[in-house]
Design a protein. Sequence first.
Length: 177
Amino acid sequence: INLPVNAQGYDITYQRCCRNPSIVNLDTPEDQGATFTTHVPGTSETSGNNSSAVFENFPPVALCLDAEFYFDHSAVDDDGDSLVYTFCAPMQGGSTTQPAPQPPTGPPYNTVNWDTGFNSGYPITSNPAMAIDEATGFITGTATALGQYVIGVCVSEYRDGVLINTSNRDFQFNVTL
């Protein structure tokens, strides 16, 4: 897609409702949709073109209870920008009354409402706690409770030390026997 050049850039957003009611780390998950977004920097943010970071692998659907987990959640960036990975709060999106908003609502986006004991940095009952290496995107940890969990991962692009974009991804892990 070719977009006309502008100073502010573009936010590309996809929103959908709703999450599985069986998710254990969110408060009333069936009432919380999802928003996925990325930013195309404008001329006031960077000179030249920018390609967003692209995650290389799809996360596994299932994790084994009490088994060490190691997953390469890295991305590639065609422009050679520096990438930094973090767990981040998934964002809410569509609703039961408007499952796929057209057009999607704009920023700022509300983040999910975590159930007690969970947050973006501790999204799964685990020991050692799930962690993401900020330089490589590798996720490690050991899930210690059965259930379905939502996790959010953000990858931020830096060019010459300046943040030019952050892309988010959220997904569901199913911890099984």
